[in-house]
Design a protein around this ligand. Structure first.
Ligand SMILES: C[S@@+](CC[C@H](N)C(=O)[O-])C[C@H]1O[C@@H](n2cnc3c(N)ncnc32)[C@H](O)[C@@H]1O
Length: 316
């Protein structure tokens, strides 16, 4: 009997099994039929844009055996794209205008690529500041909405992984954005470095990467389980957060009021905890010449205990 038949039989014989939507690194040694503690499932890693589903069966010893291991493409935003505007709305992003106009002036920015552009509101704002802007994102669903949002502008949009920017963008840019925790989709140091290298490569001489992330030291230290992320009159969005070593699982619960009840939608995604120490460790393995880390839109000092976000300007 071959291994596959054996496994099928094992399921049919009544082993308890389930799909854990945990991911595996492409470097991980997980393979069909491998023994694993079932407890390790949620902490097992993902890589930058692939996830894996794995099926487990418990044995009486408490060990799990991986029955199936199937790699699928990153689809965190497939269903979430339509709800994303409510979480990070245009009005909120436009408030960052002054921050970006100061950067544009200081670094003499004439061209910009937002390499995780999402629904496109940073592009809209920066284009309006007179900077020739382009955008890309790995999620076709986000890019579809982005195209609608940017209709009537001449902003070029593409679907691309920010780890492979040179494959899509032939030209170079004065400024590349990777903001609103977009870099936290890279779960391992190697992937963070690969993403930063890809951005570095598409920069003009002295060009800059601008990033900011809310998943940093303060979150790692305070470990809130529940964050009411947005509340509107008829909608509330909650983050219910689970913590693992160097990553978190964000369960994003969107509750909408109907006439006489509520609707609920839940999207979960795994993101890396990008503390200052970890980010600096990654940066030390890149070629950026100048690194400026700060703690708010007013460029004030970063504090591990107090800053809600970690900001960085990385210069080539
Ligand atoms: C939290 S959203 C931020 C979107 C936008 N920058 C904003 O400020 O609203 C993260 C975005 O990163 C994109 N993303 C995740 N991994 C990516 C990758 N490897 N390459 C390009 N985009 C990626 C997602 O599709 C999503 O649109």
């Amino acid at each position: 009997m071959n291994k596959k038949l054996n496994t099928t039989q094992y399921i049919l014989q009544g082993g308890v099994w389930w799909y854990a939507n945990c991911g595996f690194s492409h470097r991980s040694s997980v393979s069909f039929g491998q023994e694993r503690s079932s407890k390790s499932a949620p902490t097992t890693c993902t890589n930058r844009y692939l996830k894996a589903r794995c099926g487990y069966a418990h044995r009486p010893s408490g060990q799990g055996i991986i029955l199936r291991y199937e790699v699928i493409k990153m689809d965190d935003y497939k269903n979430f794209a339509q709800d994303y505007e409510a979480l990070n709305p245009k009005e909120e992003i436009i408030l960052q205008r002054d921050f970006f106009s100061q950067i544009i002036e200081k670094y003499n920015v004439k061209t910009c690529l937002d390499c995780a552009c999402g629904l496109g509101w940073h592009l809209y704002m920066i284009n309006n500041l007179g900077v020739k802007s382009c955008g890309s994102d790995i999620s076709p669903e986000m890019i579809d909405i982005c195209k609608d949002n940017l209709r009537g502008t001449n902003i070029e949009l593409r679907i691309e992984d920010y780890c492979k920017l040179s494959e899509t963008w032939e030209r170079k840019f004065d400024m590349i954005l990777c903001v609103s925790s977009a870099l936290n989709h890279m779960l391992e140091d190697e992937d963070i470095i690969r993403a930063l290298d890809s951005m570095y490569e598409r920069l003009e001489e002295n060009g800059i990467v601008v990033m900011f992330s809310g998943i940093s030291d303060l979150l790692a230290r305070s470990r809130p389980k529940l964050i009411p992320a947005r509340t509107y009159q008829d909608e509330a969005i909650y983050h219910i957060i689970e913590y693992f070593d160097d990553r978190v699982v964000f369960n994003i619960l969107d509750v909408k009021k109907t006439k006489d009840s509520f609707t609920h939608s839940l999207n979960s995604m795994t993101l890396s905890l990008l503390t200052k120490a970890r980010f600096e460790r990654c940066l030390s393995r890149t070629k950026f010449a100048n690194v400026n880390i700060f703690g708010d839109f007013d460029f004030s000092m970063y504090s591990e205990d107090k800053s809600n976000r970690l900001f960085a300007i990385l210069q080539k």
